[in-house]
Design a binder for this molecule. Structure first.
Ligand SMILES: Cc1cc2nc3c(=O)[nH]c(=O)nc-3n(C[C@H](O)[C@H](O)[C@H](O)COP(=O)(O)O)c2cc1C
Length: 263
């Protein structure tokens, strides 16, 4: 296995940090690596905000579903799906006048543009993860940044066509981190098909989850009356308050993109 493959295969999410911190040079290397990620039409439909202010980090602990390690991370990068910058450039280039001349209606960013900008931001984020790993640092995604859209919008001064799609907390791994095994994944046969999609049956699920059930359920108690891992995951994750809040928040954010114009 080459060095890059080893790095990818050994990566684990990091949620606790050694004292060392992250140097400015390391931060800039990670940001530059994110910027080298593939990007739709080379438009870079994303923006990164480095969250330095401790009071903002402290508030993110709460708005991102009570995750205290966010406040302790020495390097927090917020990844924004951003069509505002490109659309503002169109307006600054007088596309309104251009459309009028041509008898065309000015198109505003819509749902497809939203998803394309999300793709760009997420792909840049994953480059940052791999770059950090190569520098001996660790990272963890915070998906809960998609919650509480209105508050995050106020906190970071976000315009209409900007959505916080993910956040990364970086830091130096403590000594014992390298001894931890990477988390188990499903076998390839369940997530990789050739030419056509295959829906799984209960026999597949039995085989697909067996190793995970063995690894995951050691010492954990199923919650809310659940009798198996499916019921446990449904009630703890899919039908949880944070998932409901995430859907509400994204629905609210999408309103402006679905409107086809400013509110
Ligand atoms: C989109 C996304 C959102 C995530 N959100 C969180 C989060 O809010 N908090 C957290 O501790 N981990 C979060 N994670 C990390 C996952 O829990 C982690 O990747 C998963 O458990 C597998 O572990 P591994 O990264 O160590 O392989 C997120 C990961 C992804 C890809």
């Amino acid at each position: 296995m080459n060095k890059t493959m080893k790095l990818i295969n050994n990566r684990k999410s990091l949620r606790q940090y050694a004292e060392d911190g992250v140097s400015r040079e390391q931060k800039d290397s990670i940001i530059q690596a994110a910027m080298r990620a593939p990007t739709a039409g080379n438009m870079m439909l994303y923006t990164m905000i480095e969250v330095e202010d401790q009071s903002l980090k402290d508030r993110l602990v709460v708005t991102c579903d009570q995750q205290p390690f966010i406040a302790k991370s020495p390097f927090v990068l917020l990844f924004l799906a951003d069509y505002q910058r490109s659309f503002d450039y169109f307006l600054a280039s007088d596309v309104e006048g251009f459309c009028q001349e041509q008898g065309r209606t000015l198109r505003h960013p819509e749902e497809g543009d939203f998803l394309l900008a999300c793709c760009d931001a997420l792909i840049a984020a994953q480059n940052a993860v791999v770059a950090a790993e190569s520098l001996g640092l660790g990272s963890c995604y915070i998906g809960d940044i998609m919650e509480n859209y209105e508050e995050h919008r106020r906190m970071f001064n976000l315009p209409d066509y900007v959505f916080p799609i993910t956040m990364l907390c970086f830091g130096t791994p403590p000594g014992m981190y390298k001894d931890q095994k990477p988390q188990i994944r499903f076998e390839q046969e369940f997530v990789h098909f050739k030419d056509s999609y295959r829906r799984l049956d209960s026999d597949d699920y039995g085989r697909m989850y067996a190793p995970m059930i063995k690894a995951l359920t050691q010492g954990i108690q199923y919650k809310n009356g659940a009798r198996n891992l499916g019921q446990h995951t449904y009630t703890r994750k899919f039908d949880s308050d944070f998932s409901r809040e995430m859907s509400r928040s994204v629905r609210e954010a999408l309103k402006v993109w679905q409107k086809g114009g400013p509110p």
